[in-house]
Design a protein around this ligand. Structure first.
Ligand code: G3P
Length: 216
């Protein structure tokens, strides 16, 4: 399972990268705005800064929602850095844009996916990644992790190449649950990743080992 960090915060990206377990980054317009990155030039520079920190794929989202606009933006984004993956929303024109970009050898991440049907369309269009948002499903009393398992099963059955990228992860257990159902990638903020480290018996055990070692 690959680990992506879901943020545009460069310090958090560096911290996750320094752990040595980071495989990529996902961003979205809300995360960019949260960091105060505004205007096309600044946003594009920020994508390059992110690519210079990590080695893996970096998802950069288009703002246009019409086919020509998404294709134009997507093609421009990929000229910024070879690690850029174009993030396209799951709308009718988005499916067409994914198909077109895929035919040009450009990697895509189909975002805002909330059903297995949408995930089937994304895979048929040739998306590199599909991003089901599990936290936002949990928010409306629907089991987000179940959708991840459903999509994984469908993709395996038909041998689709599209990777299931579990997004909108809110806490550490979401990561473990996504691993249990076979997600190819999890993308999450830094805190849920760091939460994986924690166990009180590890802390107690280490304290005792060190105390015993230091006994005179
Ligand atoms: O990757 C999508 C993610 O950024 C959305 O997360 O917490 O806003 O639902 P959230």
């Amino acid at each position: 399972m690959k680990f992506f960090i879901d943020t545009a915060n460069l310090d958090q990206i560096r911290e996750a990268n320094d752990l040595g377990i980071l495989d990529g980054v996902t961003t979205n317009p809300s995360l960019m705005a949260k960091e105060g990155i505004r205007g096309e030039e600044n946003i594009n520079k920020h994508y390059v800064d992110i690519c210079n920190i990590v080695e893996g794929d970096v998802s950069a989202e288009v703002i246009a929602t019409d086919l020509d606009g998404m294709i134009r933006e997507g093609e421009k984004l990929t000229t910024l850095h070879p690690q850029i993956v174009v993030k396209i929303p799951m709308i009718k024109e988005g499916v067409k844009a994914i198909r077109y970009l895929n035919s040009k050898g450009i990697k895509t991440n189909c975002t805002l996916v909330f059903s297995a049907g949408q995930a089937i369309l994304a895979a048929k269009a040739g998306a590199t990644y599909v991003s089901p948002f599990i936290g936002r499903l949990d928010d409306i009393s629907t089991e987000g992790v179940e959708l991840i398992g459903q999509i994984v099963d469908i993709y395996r059955y038909y041998d689709f190449d599209t990777q299931v990228l579990a997004a909108s992860i809110r806490h550490t257990m979401h990561i473990v649950q996504c691993a249990e159902v076979g997600a190819d990638v999890v993308t999450c903020p830094l805190d849920p990743i760091l939460g994986l480290l924690k166990h009180p018996l590890t802390d107690i055990g280490l304290e005792k080992f060190l105390a015993d070692h230091n006994k005179k």
